[in-house]
Write a protein that binds this ligand. Structure first.
Ligand SMILES: Nc1ncnc2c1ncn2[C@@H]1O[C@H](COP(=O)(O)OP(=O)(O)OP(=O)(O)O)[C@@H](O)[C@H]1O
Ligand SMILES: [Mg+2]
Length: 377
């Protein structure tokens, strides 16, 4: 196999390819991740810990425990959920309304108390922290963005963005300096003195994003941050968000209703249903191998060429002439098809170390798409 030249850049996320490739569940431990939770439960209702304990004693599996809780009039909003988000990873949770997405985010930041389970941020067990330590952690290491912007109407843009630093006790000149840098970062330089009501929805959400970043958080929670925006602004905000993440490399938990948004942003996606994770995987995993009809319903309208990757259908090759300008293995077939049309020759595929792992022909692409995205034997 020959060594590849410069790989063709992916249009999806610019220098975002510097982020770790979508990892697998294997070998993932809390020690190597920034944020994790295991066996997390949130049951709403009176005496929920006791109710959960009793339901667990009587139930044979999680499904039965949930049924017993529901039968007793409790709301099991998050049920035995475990996952870990790596440094620099964007982990997206999606699911229908009421499936428990916001409750997970609130449990992970302990804005609400989990009924049971473990939440670890950078090796620190959040559920063991006392209130003052928790407030410290939220103020210094967590950023949160919510759907309704949540700006303070009587403060201007600069004061809004500087507000978390003011709460931290940072002196005025310093907090304004940092706030200006964040305002610049989200493209709102020059609007520092505007009141929130003078800004469009997209601009207000940029202020919300700048404010959440002002404390330089390690872990960034975004709960449907773009849902209230119209489609064009929404796309711009998604691009902006990827640009910021390429630069900042935060550990991100992002909630959305929208599968195309999830596909664009996520390293991995968890699909949630009635409090439980039904499937966790890359966008391609979910589209090509949905575990059930619920997951398949989310992915039904997604064009296959936008999720099938070059690496998954590359055929072995020993032809060194193929190796000029390879595509990276994670490039999707829409990109490959464009190159095939331009070059009228097979396209080489390079692995993460630049080594050629195979090639793709026009016939190979057609066969893969006809088979729903799986490579032909
Ligand atoms: N404080 C509460 N008391 C009782 N039940 C609650 C409370 N908060 C949430 N729930 C219930 O928990 C379940 C999950 O709610 P959650 O807000 O997490 O859903 P979601 O997936 O974020 O929905 P959406 O997409 O509409 O924002 C719902 O059944 C909701 O009614
Ligand atoms: Mg919600």
């Amino acid at each position: 196999m020959g060594r590849a030249g410069d790989a063709v850049a992916l249009p999806r996320a610019g220098d975002f390819t510097a982020a770790p490739a979508a990892p697998t569940e294997t070998g993932r431990t809390a020690a190597t991740s920034r944020l994790s939770c295991s066996h997390l439960w949130k049951v709403f209702g009176p005496d929920s810990s006791e109710a959960l304990r009793r339901a667990r004693e009587a139930g044979r599996d999680v499904a039965e425990v949930i049924e017993r809780l529901r039968g007793a009039g409790h709301v099991p909003a998050v049920c035995d959920v475990s996952f870990a988000v790596q440094r620099g990873e964007i982990f997206v949770i999606m699911g229908l309304s009421g499936s428990g997405k916001s409750t997970i985010v609130r449990c992970l930041s302990r804005l609400i108390e989990p009924t049971e389970g473990e939440v670890v941020i950078d090796g620190e067990d959040l559920l063991k922290l006392r209130e003052p330590e928790l407030i410290e952690l939220r103020r210094h290491r967590m950023g949160m963005v919510f759907q309704n912007f949540g700006l303070l109407p009587h403060l201007n843009v600069l004061e809004n963005v500087a507000y978390p630093l003011r709460v931290q006790g940072v002196p005025r000149a310093e907090r304004e300096r940092q706030a200006r840098a964040m305002i610049e970062l989200v493209g709102l330089g020059g609007r520092e003195r505007s009141a929130p009501r003078e800004l469009s929805g997209g601009m207000q959400q940029r202020v919300g994003i700048a404010r959440s970043l002002a404390v330089k958080p390690d872990v960034w929670f975004l709960d449907e941050p773009f849902s209230a925006l119209d489609p064009l602004i929404r796309r711009q905000m998604q691009d902006e968000f990827l640009r910021l993440q390429a630069k900042l490399q935060k550990t991100i938990l992002f909630i959305t209703h929208d599968f195309l948004e999830a596909l664009k942003l996520a390293d991995r996606i968890a699909i949630m249903r009635r409090g439980r994770f039904v499937q966790v995987g890359t966008g391609a995993d979910l589209v090509l191998s949905p575990v059930d009809d619920y997951v398949a319903d989310f992915t039904r309208d997604v064009p296959r060429d936008k999720v099938v990757t070059a690496g998954s259908i590359a055929e072995p090759t020993s032809d060194r002439l193929d190796c000029a300008q390879p595509v990276p293995a994670e490039a999707t077939l829409d990109v490959v098809m464009q190159l095939l049309a331009e070059r009228r020759a097979p396209v080489a595929v390079a692995g993460s170390d630049g080594e050629i792992i195979g090639r793709i022909t026009a016939e190979g692409v057609v066969a893969a798409l006809a088979a729903g995205g799986t490579p032909q034997p």
